[in-house]
Structure formats: C-alpha cells, structure tokens
Design a binder for this molecule. Structure first.
Ligand code: CDP
Length: 224
C-alpha cells in the first residue's frame, strides 16, 4: 500500500494541531507539525543578528538550516526547541518569514523529505494545496475568530501567564490576514478538502467527525 497523508489545514488557533496529534495517535500515523518548521526558522533568524526585513539573508539561512520533526518534537540545529517556538516574538514574526517564496521552497522540501516512507498526519496552511496535493484525505478545520482567540487565551493562561483577549484576537486576525493574502501558497481550503467548523464542538466530537470521514473514504484504519 502507498504511504498515506492526512492533510489538516486551517487558520490560527482552530485546533488543528490538537486534532492532528490525537488522530495520529489513534490511527498510528506519524504526526508532523508543518508550522513548527516555520517557527523554528523564525527562532533562528531572531536569535541571529539578521534584520527581519533582510529577505536575502533569511533565504540563505533557510537553505542551510537543520530542521527536523521527530517523535512530536521540533529540532533546530540538533536541539529541541518546542518551548521557544511558542514565544510571543515568534507569533509576531513567523508569518512575515513564511510569506517569502524561496523560504517556502526550502521548508516544503524538508516537509516532503521527512514524510517519505511514512503514513503521516500533517497540519498547517498549505498541506492539502501545495505540500501534498494528492493526500489521501484533506480537512480544513476552522472556528469563529472569537472562539479561536478564547482557546488561545486559555492555553496561555494554563501555562501561568496573563493575557488580554483583545490583544490575542488582533494578533490572530493579523496573522490570518498575512497568511491568506500572501502570493505564494496562501491559506485556503483545497477544492477537495472537507470543511469542519469546530465552533462549539469538543475535541472528541471533532476527532470523531474526522475519523468517520476517514472510514467513509475506506481508510482501512484498524486502530479506530
Ligand atoms: O498553531 P498555529 O495555527 O497558530 O500556527 P502554526 O501552525 O504553528 O503556524 C505558524 C505560522 O507558520 C502560520 O501563521 C503561517 O504563517 C506559517 N505556516 C505556513 O505558512 N505554512 C504551513 N504549512 C504552516 C505554517
């Protein structure tokens, strides 16, 4: 049997990565967080002396950077950077870096390479449209801006930090705007993707909907 890809795309804070992780565990596929790779590159750029507006230098870094995603952890130059890539400074800059076409070319190459020979659940913005247009099944997961912002706030508060809902809402809106309006691989629903609005739904409910669609497609997923 060919290797299979389950593609999960959608805007910021829609719950993609939570669903993708749980799904991968249930169906015994490998989970890959494509956004974590853009975040890792952003971390490298911000920690170097390069100016965020220096597109040429950023492209150079994206050519040489050592980024990997293994056992649900993101590696930058051999070190696990899961915590660092979630910092505020990364949230604020990642979309700017992810909009550079030559950067995308280099990161997409890594994303495809680490998926070779595996059954994969990958979440992001362009998994079903660009990285794996022939994915076995594609989902586009979304939720209202209000709910996405509230979820993000709850996540941040759970880690012991205080946060302002309005700030988070603005930040998410801004990132979605940058991601949806960029010329290369904008955030959009693939024609053949299944749209799921998770507003008002629990994680388990969404997961069940996803699994049902996979079964309907003849997913041959015996772990379910
Ligand atoms: O978790 P959240 O939805 O907030 O974001 P993420 O998946 O960690 O992605 C962070 C950023 O990386 C996005 O806002 C995009 O700018 C970029 N990204 C992308 O361009 N293409 C992907 N396949 C995944 C992420």
């Amino acid at each position: 049997m060919d290797n299979r890809v389950v593609a999960i795309d959608g805007p910021a804070g829609a719950g993609k990565s939570t669903i993708a992780r749980l799904l991968a565990d249930r169906i015994k596929y490998t989970y890959i967080d494509s956004g974590a790779m853009y975040r890792a590159l952003t971390l490298k750029v911000l920690d170097s002396s390069i100016n965020i507006a220096d597109t040429k230098e950023i492209i150079e870094i994206s050519k040489e950077v050592d980024i990997d995603f293994m056992d649900k952890c993101i590696y930058l130059d051999g070190k696990v950077v899961d915590k660092q890539i979630r910092e505020e400074r990364i949230n604020k800059n990642v979309s700017i870096i992810a909009a550079i076409p030559d950067v995308r070319k280099n990161i997409v190459r890594i994303q495809r390479r680490i998926s070779i020979g595996k059954n994969v659940v990958m979440d992001g913005r362009d998994v079903g449209t660009v990285i794996f247009p022939n994915a076995f099944i594609k989902f586009f997961i979304t939720a209202s801006l209000e709910e996405r912002a509230m979820r993000r706030c709850a996540e941040i508060e759970a880690s012991g930090m205080s946060v302002d809902l309005q700030d988070i809402k603005c930040q998410i809106e801004k990132r979605d705007y940058t991601d949806s309006t960029r010329e290369d691989s904008p955030l959009m629903q693939a024609e053949d993707a299944i749209l799921i609005d998770t507003s008002g739904k629990s994680i388990e409910e969404v997961l069940q909907v996803v699994i049902n669609f996979i079964n309907l497609r003849g997913g041959d997923i015996n772990a379910i």
